[in-house]
Design a protein around this ligand. Structure first.
Ligand SMILES: Cc1cc2nc3c(=O)[nH]c(=O)nc-3n(C[C@H](O)[C@H](O)[C@H](O)COP(=O)(O)O)c2cc1C
Length: 407
């Protein structure tokens, strides 16, 4: 890994505004007030999104946030628990004064957009972010906001079914409205995923205190859903300027969102779980990975994965549906580095076919049992075991069985 990672520039240009890093602390409890937003800015956040401002302040159910696995959450938290005037008079001006780039989140209806967006802009917000319960609410909210503010408007999309059947199509419509009015419209995808249900087995009832017991899921568990939606949106229109959010838990996750075309990346749950200071580590880790990959600035890597992804849509048959009698000649070629192996045996245990054995320092794979699924190398915490797809596997059977070590 390159030692010159300090020279990597992680600042980005987002909607015409320079952000000190691509990390945007998205709307949620951490941005409950100016104090939370200022802390995020001091830890290196490029921008902060206020907790969603609505006409009436929220009264949250008890309880409303719970941990799920070790990097995800379920929540039934409502919108901001302070009135709009508090945001206009205290929170937004105070955060602006401390140097934050502030995105004012406004929801969830047309009436609320009409009432809130102009005073939020007057209070100093650099962007307005619209969030709604359904796709159909978003478009009139956007029209009303365009008529009232000059700052760029971000439309936050959701994947929640059945209210949001097609977030990518909604992004297209939002962009079209922006173009028709010559107003900068941007996209954020996605909100927490749900509705979901989490049961507390000791209470033998729902974990959280919402009226119906349902909640919304966020954190690591939702990342592949969000990355897929962000990718499809970018494939549809590379000119969309957006930040992707959902499931960022480490720097590599954030790079996924940038590599499918986002100019910035949002996060929230992992900062609840690990604390706002974790942002500093994310920034350093991002610089290290960028340096390893040979990038010195973010804009050079934005969208870099898109052309390596097949052009098929999510609904075209891919996995398992195109049966063929001809066996693929692609196989995995494994590389093992004994110096970085920590003998955790995860690669051995994850193999469904019992194909792998580790008698340190020897790592073996039984090629007759191995089905080239790749789970073993994916689970290695130190990248001591890596794999690469090779099309023509020309090594002799003997050598195929022996992965060896290349240190
Ligand atoms: C407890 C909690 C409260 C949230 N409240 C809001 C909110 O008020 N408005 C909003 O637009 N998104 C809200 N979100 C969604 C986040 O901004 C984000 O879109 C989502 O959690 C996915 O990102 P993550 O996986 O990094 O947390 C909330 C998320 C959590 C966990």
């Amino acid at each position: 890994m390159s030692k010159n990672f300090e020279n990597v520039d992680v600042s980005v240009e987002f909607g015409g505004v320079k952000l000190q890093s691509p990390f945007i602390v998205s709307s949620g409890p951490l941005t409950y007030a100016a104090e939370g937003m200022i802390k995020a800015h001091e830890m290196g956040a490029g921008a902060v999104v206020t907790k969603t401002i609505r006409i009436k302040r929220a009264l949250n159910p008890v309880t409303h946030i719970a941990m799920m696995n070790n990097d995800s959450l379920v929540n039934c938290e409502k919108w901001a628990d302070s009135a709009p005037e508090v945001w206009f008079e205290r929170e937004i001006p105070m955060a602006k004064k401390a140097g934050c780039v502030v995105i004012a989140s406004v929801g969830h209806t047309l009436e609320e957009a009409e009432a809130i967006v102009a005073p939020a802009e007057a209070a100093g917000a650099d962007f307005i972010e619209l969030v709604s319960y359904t796709e159909t609410d978003m478009l009139p909210m956007l029209e009303a906001t365009i008529a009232r503010v000059k700052v760029p408007i971000i439309c936050k999309l959701s994947s929640n079914y059945p209210a949001w059947k097609d977030p990518v199509e909604c992004a297209r419509k939002c962009m079209e409205i922006g173009k028709a009015h010559n107003h900068k419209v941007m996209i954020c995808a996605i909100d927490s995923v749900g509705p979901v249900l989490s049961i507390d087995v000791f209470k033998q009832g729902p974990k959280l205190g919402s009226d119906n017991g349902y909640s919304w899921m966020s954190g690591g568990a939702i990342r592949p859903i969000s990355v897929r939606i962000n990718y499809e949106m970018m494939k549809m229109d590379r000119n969309i300027e957006s930040y992707g959010v959902g499931g960022v838990t480490k720097a590599e996750d954030a790079l996924e969102f940038l590599m499918v075309g986002n100019t910035a990346v949002g996060l929230h749950s992992i900062l609840i779980i690990k604390g706002m200071e974790y942002l500093k580590k994310l920034i350093v880790d991002m610089k290290k990975i960028m340096s390893e990959l040979g990038y010195s600035k973010i804009s050079d890597l934005v969208g870099s994965a898109i052309e390596n992804i097949s052009n098929k849509t999510a609904n075209e048959p891919t996995i398992g549906e195109q049966e063929s009698d001809i066996e693929s000649d692609a196989k995995l070629q494994f590389t093992f580095n004994k110096d970085t192996c920590i003998k955790c045996n995860k690669c051995v245990n994850i193999c469904s076919y019992d194909a792998r054995t580790l008698s340190f320092p020897e790592m073996k794979v039984d090629r007759d049992l191995c089905r080239n699924c790749g789970a073993c190398s994916s689970v290695c915490p130190t990248k001591a075991l890596t794999s690469e797809v090779v099309k023509k596997f020309s090594i002799t059977d003997d050598l195929q069985n022996y992965v060896g070590y290349f240190s």
